[in-house]
Ligand binder design. Sequence first.
Ligand SMILES: Nc1nc(=O)c2c([nH]1)NC[C@@H]1CN(c3ccc(C(=O)N[C@@H](CCC(=O)O)C(=O)O)cc3)C=[N+]21
Length: 286
Amino acid sequence: MTATILDGKATRDEIFEDLEARVAALKEKGITPGLGTILVGDDPGSAAYVRGKHSDCAKVGITSIRRDLPADITQEELEATIDELNANPECTGYIVQLPLPKHLDENAALERIDPDKDADGLHPVNLGRLVLGKEAPLPCTPRGIVHLLRRYEVPIAGAHVAVVGRGVTVGRPIGLLLTRRTENATVTLCHTGTRDLAAQVRQADIVIAAAGVPGLVTADMIKPGAAVLDVGVSRTADGLRGDVADDVREVAGFVSPNPGGVGPLTRAFLLSNVVERAEQLAGLSD
Ligand SMILES: Nc1nc(=O)c2c([nH]1)NC[C@@H]1CN(c3ccc(C(=O)N[C@@H](CCC(=O)O)C(=O)O)cc3)C=[N+]21
């Protein structure tokens, strides 16, 4: 058996087409959505991610606002830039690219973002709204995962999901999305303290690997026919590697590749959050 590939790039292109039309409608009403990025330092990986986000903006007609700051900036200078984007009417949503250099306080920076401009959906107020089931910008990677599962009609209701990794961007919030009444999955959150990871993963109809440990999820752990989404990103001597071993696709029913799977959707839903906020401002949504 060879797994069906969950194609993140093709799915991203569909989302971009929809966003392009919505951005055009907003512009007719005199509103142009604007995505801001704050990048601190010169890590080549982070710089590449930020470039990717701005080239996505150009594709769908969103204004790009870039603030690139030197690595040795103070917390006060970083927060002054955050305040500037909070007040900047051209910027309808923005992100502070993570990770920040070690001398800066990441949580203090994230909390200073205006929750209404939080394109990542990672502000504590928005994570709290997600827990309460209130409307809020949703974290982009979990949103991408749910979209990809729906797009390929992977059954979610009643499914047993094993999430591997308890990070704030994926592992913790994805369970909140998948256990909403609209999804109705049953979710187990696994981490480095899990006693028998293989036994947990083997029970799962859907496996979400977001630990950042190359090759952690192997074929012998997979229930035949399961959907396996590889969300891990590790920089190794032989390039970027995901959490899922290559031979998993011989056992799984669905596999999201890495690259080419969830990553492109993370970027698409970042733009989607920015467009949704602009639509609220324009009175085009509830
Ligand atoms: N505030 C903040 N928000 C983030 O969303 C955020 C962040 N900081 N820091 C770093 C991580 C990483 N991340 C990725 C997004 C897309 C791809 C992606 O599109 N990857 C392509 C390959 C690379 C490419 O083609 O450009 C793929 O998987 O096919 C990867 C990684 C977002 N992050």
